[in-house]
Ligand binder design. Structure first.
Ligand code: NAG
Length: 339
């Protein structure tokens, strides 16, 4: 296994076979887009991995923290240890931040915050704890569920909606692909075989208009993917033009981008969107949005008591949109706009 391969094992599995050689790798490994300048979990994972080999902490960390290089080496030693021991190594910036905060409990606050800043990881006050777990039985009212292909960042229009694609190789989907889409799909692959890309593009447009699409990530078997627009059930995020609207959208992008979602659909709204609960890596998207103060509990349409509790938690801590003393309700804002 090459060093980079070992790094990925370390990153993903939390195990790392200790290399027998030491030193001399740091520069040759850096060009892979993972460097101290690349903020986030990747950079931290890389630096920890690098520390295991070289016992070196990042050169420019001292500009962000107050303690000595020797103290810094001590933090990295501890971090490597917790990372390896973690049942599941951190997979998001929040999990990474939590690992850093817990590991360095009792150390100087300026150091911990400096280290978080160095990697662009969130600070403790903006961290929320979410209850892991996807419901084992379908909640009452769920009509059907599906799993999506990885979500594109551009597919998140605001803090409570997302457009997703489901592969038609999924058994639930394969039986309901309309015949004109099936025919267009066959003709398209013929046109591509003939290298007539103009024709292939026209046929793809027809497929897109019917609510399907092809894409590189869509399906290995070459099946088209079906498009669904999702409205997260029970929350209402500020509109993108409202204060905190962009931030709310970015929270959702951060959570969903690149992820395959599990979507539990309750029904359709008046815009033809699926009203749904969205789970991402076992994390309930609505819970995160409420706890981060990125959305309101939409009480007119959803009375789940835990939703009320999660919103209350964010209000009390004045995080997200609740940092403002009197935030406007998204549902009021719409009615003003329409007037
Ligand atoms: C591509 O397909 C179109 C539409 O069927 C046809 O008019 C055109 O002649 C084809 N072009 C080539 C280069 O075969």
């Amino acid at each position: 296994m090459g060093l980079l391969g070992k790094f990925f094992r370390f990153l993903l599995l939390g195990h790392c076979c200790k290399p027998t050689t030491t030193g001399g790798y740091s520069d040759s490994l850096r060009p892979h887009g993972i460097s101290a300048a690349t903020h986030g979990i990747w950079a931290l994972a890389y630096d920890l991995f690098n520390f295991e080999i070289t016992c070196q902490v990042p050169e420019d960390l001292s500009q962000h923290v107050v303690s000595s290089k020797k103290a810094q080496a001590n933090w990295y030693r501890k971090l490597v240890e917790t990372w390896r021991e973690a049942k599941q190594p951190p997979r998001s910036e929040e999990e990474a931040a939590r690992l850093v905060i817990q590991t360095l409990k009792g150390h100087k606050k300026a150091d911990v915050q400096g280290l978080l800043d160095f990697y662009g990881l969130p600070h403790p006050h903006s961290l929320v704890k979410v209850s892991a777990g996807v419901p084992t039985s379908l909640p009452r009212g769920v009509k059907f569920e599906f799993r999506t292909l990885p979500v594109d960042a551009k597919a998140v229009p605001d803090g409570d909606g997302v457009t997703v694609y489901v592969s038609t190789s999924d058994p639930r989907e394969s039986s309901c692909v309309p015949s004109d889409v099936q025919i267009a799909a066959i003709q398209r692959s013929e046109a591509r075989a003939d290298k007539n890309y103009t024709k292939a593009d026209e046929l793809h447009q027809k497929i897109i208009d019917a609510g399907y699409r092809y894409g590189t990530e869509c399906s290995k078997r070459g099946d088209p993917a079906r498009k669904y627009r999702i409205r997260l059930r029970g929350i209402d995020a500020p509109e993108t033009l409202m204060p905190y609207g962009q931030e709310a959208k970015e929270e959702l992008v951060k959570l969903l981008e690149g992820m395959c979602l599990r979507v539990l659909v309750y029904g359709e709204d008046r815009y033809g969107r699926c009203v749904a609960d969205v789970y991402c890596n076992g994390i309930f998207a609505q819970e995160v949005m409420l706890k981060k103060g990125a959305a309101w509990h939409y009480t007119a349409y959803d009375q789940r008591s835990e939703f009320a509790r999660w919103e209350e938690e964010a209000r009390r801590n004045q995080i997200g949109l609740w940092a403002s003393s009197n935030p406007e309700k998204p549902w009021d804002w719409i009615s003003v706009k329409d007037r």
